[in-house]
Design a protein around this ligand. Structure first.
Ligand SMILES: Nc1ncnc2c1ncn2[C@@H]1O[C@H](COP(=O)(O)OP(=O)(O)OP(=O)(O)O)[C@@H](O)[C@H]1O
Ligand SMILES: [Mg+2]
Length: 290
């Protein structure tokens, strides 16, 4: 974990009053759960909806799994879960009295999602905030994740209850931020980054999704959504750009068919390399806050 320290200078903290109050840990009064046999816990978020958080989380898990690593995904988007759909998985989750068993994807990725708790894809999860946040805690502490190299957390959009609960109760090593080249996505991702920083969560890196489209005829790179701001934001926050992915129609098609595990791309392999390096660096250089 990052060593303790005050929120970034020169900018008022937007963290709620109780955050950071207990023992100067920056973690608030909530008890943080034990990591168990999970080596690295990394959240993937953005602030803005629809930029590809879930797709990036799933694709990263797929690529890490291809390398023979033990990988899990905690789908923290309780009211809008999408990981089961992307990986073609159905529930239900099973609890044989010793904790919840995660479901396993075709290639062996362990997944826990609220989607497995409802009858079908059309049934909504309609829960009030306190129940949603309690479920997040259960999805980490009440699940038999076993020995994992990486547990990825697919965050919902926004900077409210769920991210706050994840930051304060789940022992995350860091967070990856996904953005797209549009102005609005760039603006909102900085809100999410500021929130994580205020709560002392290490910022691992940025992923520029839907960065360009390759023309199928002349193979020229077309900047469909304008010039990317990822380098500027990375510099401003002092964090690396760990992935740049183009718009690939196959991603949408495979996602719709629940077959994202069939997607292969050189950008994905480079992203996974940079991701593991960033995680190693942050965990090596950090001091665990107990
Ligand atoms: N690189 C890409 N190329 C093509 N389509 C993509 C790419 N990344 C994401 N998509 C598509 O964009 C849509 C939104 O992606 P996704 O659901 O992963 O976003 P999200 O940020 O998790 O959304 P939400 O905020 O609703 O959770 C999906 O239809 C997905 O298939
Ligand atoms: Mg999502």
């Amino acid at each position: 974990m990052a060593p303790d320290g005050p929120p970034a200078a020169g900018r008022p903290s937007s963290a709620p009053p109780h955050a950071g109050a207990a023992h100067g840990t920056g973690r608030g009064l909530l008890q943080r759960l034990d990591k168990g046999r999970v080596a690295h816990v990394v959240a993937v978020g953005s602030g803005k909806g629809g930029v590809g958080k879930s797709s990036i989380t799933a694709l990263l898990a797929v690529e890490l799994r291809r390398r023979g690593l033990a990988v899990g995904i905690l789908d923290a988007d309780i009211t809008g879960p999408s990981i089961p759909k992307l990986l073609g998985m159905t529930g239900p989750l099973v609890d044989r009295g010793e904790g919840i068993e995660p479901a396993t994807s075709r290639t062996g990725i362990s997944v826990v999602s609220s989607q497995f708790m409802v009858e079908d894809e059309q049934t909504p999860v309609i829960w009030r905030g306190p129940l949603v946040t309690r479920l997040i805690t259960q999805f980490f502490g009440g699940v038999n994740w076993g020995a994992l190299d990486y547990l990825l957390i697919d965050m919902p959009p926004g900077t409210s209850d769920v991210p706050l609960t994840v930051f304060q109760t789940v022992p995350i090593d860091g967070m990856v931020f996904v953005l797209t080249p549009q102005d609005l996505a760039a603006l909102i991702v900085t809100k999410a980054m500021n929130m994580a920083r205020d709560l002392h969560v290490p910022l691992l890196g940025l992923v520029d999704n839907m960065s360009w489209l390759e023309c199928p005829h002349c193979h020229e790179k077309v900047e469909l959504f304008g010039k990317s701001r990822v380098d500027r934001i990375g510099k401003e926050y002092g964090i690396p750009v760990i992935g740049q992915l183009p718009v690939v129609p196959a991603i949408s098609e495979l996602a719709d068919a629940g077959r994202l595990e069939d997607h292969h791309a050189p950008e994905l392999a480079r992203f996974a390399d940079a991701f593991t390096k960033a995680v190693d660096e942050v965990t090596k250089s950090s001091v665990r806050v107990l």
